[in-house]
Design a protein around this ligand. Structure first.
Ligand SMILES: NC(=O)c1ccc[n+]([C@@H]2O[C@H](COP(=O)([O-])OP(=O)(O)OC[C@H]3O[C@@H](n4cnc5c(N)ncnc54)[C@H](OP(=O)(O)O)[C@@H]3O)[C@@H](O)[C@H]2O)c1
Length: 259
């Protein structure tokens, strides 16, 4: 007999509050939509208001609870202000998803301090600061889920990894440190590792049909990723079902990493 209460016990996010950085585009937007449709009240954080409002309008039109905060997560003050505003919307979050990220790709020899600093600030320091802001509260309340979005480049050099790969490698280490600290209190910390996903982030690469086909051929599934591919893994990692999964890097990459 199919039991819907069994499914909802495992996967429902009813009553949960989620903050999703980068929730207005690409992978973050798909994750925000998935968490909201699974029952969470979702606050998305990014800079551009038109994309933020369009995303929230779409979610609320579908009967979901959603709000947005416009902030530049590339500065520490920006992150701190965004965290307070995000918590004001629906209360302290149970789920934090760090999807906001940039990938600037100067050749290694030309990688300057500006690109290095900007990359570390958004891709690594913002997740660290948001974790410091929300993690202890999650631990105190006895439930929390922190989900970072990293990259193949946390594991291998790939298309001028430069500072980006360093930031993503460190982010996976951060997830393990957070997991070590807070898992005893019901807070799991994991990373989702995409392959090549067609989003605005890699518009230069994804507008070259030959490169797109070559990357698809490197997967086992035979195609590149879509933002929607992250929905199921995100709902799983955000919910009760994943209580014993922590400190892990979960590859959602069509087999790219093992081909
Ligand atoms: N696409 C891929 O193939 C791929 C592969 C591996 C890993 N990833 C990772 O997946 C994550 C999401 O990437 P995506 O492909 O979905 O990219 P995307 O479509 O470009 O989305 C990036 C999001 O981050 C926000 N953002 C960028 N800079 C920000 C800032 N300074 N402050 C606040 N928000 C900022 C953007 O909104 P605003 O511009 O409005 O601020 C947008 O919502 C990133 O961490 C990326 O490194 C992507």
């Amino acid at each position: 007999m199919i039991s819907h209460s069994y499914l909802s016990e495992l996967f429902s996010l009813d009553g949960r509050v989620a903050v999703v950085t980068g929730g207005s585009s690409g992978i973050g937007r798909a994750i925000a939509g998935a968490l909201a449709q699974a029952g969470a009240s979702v606050v998305i954080v990014a800079r551009k208001e038109p994309e933020l409002t369009a995303t929230v309008d779409e979610l609320t039109a579908g009967g979901c609870r959603a709000a947005w905060v416009s902030a530049d997560l590339g500065s520490r003050d920006g992150v701190r202000a965004a965290a307070e505003q995000a918590a004001d919307a629906f209360g302290e979050p149970d789920i934090l998803v760090n999807s906001a990220g940039i990938n600037l790709r100067p050749p290694m020899g030309e990688l300057g301090e500006e690109v290095w600093d900007a990359t570390m600030a958004l891709n690594l320091e913002a997740p660290y600061l948001l974790g410091q802001r929300f993690g202890p509260g999650m631990a105190e309340r006895g439930f929390g889920r922190i989900i970072h979005v990293t990259s193949q480049q946390a594991h291998r050099a790939f298309v001028q990894s430069g500072a980006y790969g360093v930031s993503k490698g460190a982010l996976e280490s951060l997830a393990r440190s957070q997991a070590e600290a807070w898992s005893p209190y019901g807070v799991t910390c994991n990373t989702l590792v995409p392959g090549f996903v067609m989003t605005p982030l890699n518009v230069r690469l994804s507008s070259d049909p030959e490169k797109v086909a070559a990357l698809a051929a490197r997967t086992m599934v035979g195609r590149n990723g879509l933002p929607e591919d992250f929905a199921g893994a995100a709902v799983f990692l955000a919910g009760r079902a994943s209580a014993y999964v922590t400190g892990q890097a979960i590859f959602v990459d069509g087999g790219f990493s093992v081909h």
